[in-house]
Design a protein around this ligand. Structure first.
Ligand SMILES: [Zn+2]
Length: 289
């Protein structure tokens, strides 16, 4: 367990230099007004895992699996919310990918900055920054959004900026600008725009203050963006918990609660790291309504 936590920490630390070498911000553009709710999906990198058993202990030892790294923009008539920020855009400068600990190889083939620019949203115009959790494959580009109000469970914020972030697999060197962002610390579910269409769901377990995002799209239907509640479909179907989760019992309890929530709300789970599922999902500049 300790070794796994360490290993994951090394993985996250490995992203550090890339995060710091920076990303070129898109030139300012005026955000387009949206009359209806929209959800854009971005490809924010891939992660090749050399031994998938780190995600389900004892199963698939030595097997390779590619994960995707997704991030999202929600455009609401009352504002915009960026949900997770993926791997650092600077990885695009390493076409062969960056391998850490002989286990994870990360690639970025399109920057988040360029994908936002393509749809006409400059990062510094984004109103809210929702981060599922503070692991480095979700916060790689937080530095693009220094003006956005960070929406985060208070336990996650305390872990990220407290005395022992490394204990949770967090590396503060990867998010040096984030403490200066305006912040709203959450203690439960949170209705971002006040009309019930975009709700942050408190889904603890993977990390101390992990959260997911529920979006009620009028045409598409109800979607829950997973964060790292699970990493791929097999783990969801079998309720496997990665060895490096913060709290295994809480992770299992949360998965049961989410399964019930999906049923009650006729919602579909979009698993952010699931490559196969994401191949069926349309990406920006297309969007869901
Ligand atoms: Zn992740």
């Amino acid at each position: 367990m300790y070794k796994l936590v360490n290993l994951v920490r090394v993985f996250f630390a490995g992203i550090l230099i890339l995060a710091l070498t920076g990303c070129v911000s898109a030139p300012p553009v005026t955000p387009k007004a949206a009359q209806n709710l929209r959800l854009y999906v971005f490809n924010c990198g891939t992660i090749d895992v050399a031994d998938i058993s780190v995600f389900h202990p004892g199963i698939g030892k030595g097997e390779h699996k590619r994960l995707t790294d997704s991030c999202y923009l929600i455009v609401h008539p009352k504002g915009t919310l960026m949900w997770d920020t993926g791997l650092p855009d600077a990885l695009i400068n390493i076409p062969e990918g960056k391998t850490v600990y002989n286990l994870f190889t990360m690639h970025v083939t399109r920057t988040l900055a360029s994908q936002l620019q393509e749809i006409g949203y400059a990062p510094d115009t984004i109103n809210y920054l929702g981060i599922s959790h503070m692991h480095s494959d979700h916060i790689g580009n937080v530095n693009l959004f220094p003006k956005a109000t960070l929406l985060m469970q208070q336990e996650e914020y305390a872990a990220a900026f407290g005395p022992e972030p490394g204990k949770y697999g967090f590396s503060p060197e990867n998010y040096p600008t984030l403490h200066a962002n305006p912040v709203k610390q959450l203690t439960g579910d949170y209705d971002v725009f006040g009309d019930g269409t975009v709700i942050i769901k408190r889904t603890l377990g993977h990390t101390p203050g992990h959260q997911a995002l529920f979006v009620k799209l009028p045409k598409t239907g109800n979607v829950l963006l997973s964060g790292d509640l699970v990493h791929f479909t097999e783990n969801w179907e079998h309720k496997y918990v990665p060895g490096f989760n913060y709290d295994k019992a809480q992770s299992l309890k949360t998965m049961d609660e989410v399964a019930q929530f999906l049923k009650d709300n006729h919602a579909v789970l979009w698993i952010q790291h699931d490559l196969e599922q994401n191949q069926e999902i349309k990406h920006a500049p297309k969007y869901y309504e």
